[in-house]
Design a protein around this ligand. Sequence first.
Ligand code: G3I
Length: 377
Amino acid sequence: MRKNRILVAAGVALATFGSVASTNLAEETSLKKIFKDDFYIGAALNHRQATGQDPKAEAIIAQHFSTISPENLLKWESVHPQPTTFNYKPADAYVALGKKHKQFIVGHALVWHQQTPKWVFEDEAGQPAIKEQLLKRQTEHIMAVAGRYKGQINGWDVVNEALNDDGTMRQSKWYKIAGDDFLANAYQTAQKADPKAELYYNDYNLWKPAKRDGAIKLVKSLQAKGLKVTGIGMQGHWGLESPSIQQIEESIVAFSKLGNVMITELDIDVLPNPSNRAGADIDATFEFDQKYNVYTNGLPNEVQQKLAKRYADIFTLFHKHRDKITRVTFWGVTDADSWLNDWPIKGRTSYPLIFDRNYQPKPALQAIVQAVKKEKS
Ligand code: G3I
């Protein structure tokens, strides 16, 4: 009889523990709560999500994220398509959403060589604009856009992707016309438009030593002129194997000497790609070839587990350097939203994020939670 009583008591205890554990697990799967003492964690929102048209995504955003970034709606071509035309409605909704959920609101990106209308770089005759004209336009754009969200957007990607992978300056129209002054003018104007906002330099492939050194040189030169550059955004467009944890760590440590370090566009490409695919240069695209679209009927469990392990390893590194890292942003909410479904090859089915096409957490999310809980124990 006593044995039965013990068994019954044990059963009740296990059931209670189990329900408490699952409740705790459900409670603890709030990423923003897990990382609340470490760094902001969030995602890039697309137009639908920013404007309240994707309630399932908003539920994820509210539960898991302490920061949001705008995937496209604050890019020059979106917000300032014509010299005297501004399209603030989507960005206003984006900022309102961030304030509603008390999140750290990021602005992306004031100056970029992509998604910038042609008129910005041309004179009335369609010839290349002169330096003074281009810098005047840059100043007007930044004063208008960063000025509008003064005190609301907490940090800006002021200049995005100004470097080549070898660390030299990208020969963009910005650089060809205005030289280094396009950088100095951008940060000087952004600081004037919103003195309290954090100001970043953002780029991809910054794990590459030459590009890392180029970014350090660029930021140091701006800071030496007394310009505010709060930190460096390392875009995390990485693969299952590359870059190595060590390569990422070396850049995190190097950049931390200059200011805040942010992982700004994290996604893990699980698809096979043509050999010379790397980084995130949207001009580097390839023709569709079914041999590179291998998971049209879902992600095989073996790859799902590799992805989970990769994310666990990456977040173990981030947690180790939580004193240097102020933000980690996934580049999209669910796999369905990812730019990688269309880059570097259009029309593929990719699985780079931690929520699936049904808005469900993937094993990668649980792997992150378990890895960090282990670090914290
Ligand atoms: O909004 C138009 C739509 O009206 C039109 O019908 C459609 C036709 O293709 O295009 C739509 O615009 C697309 C836009 O995304 C919004 O969906 C552009 O063509 C497309 O080029 C653009 O791609 C974005 C890309 O930047 C270029 O801006 C991706 O979504 C976005 O994820 C990607 O993000 C960049 C970061 O800003 C900087 N770092 C690299 C990263 C990946 O390239």
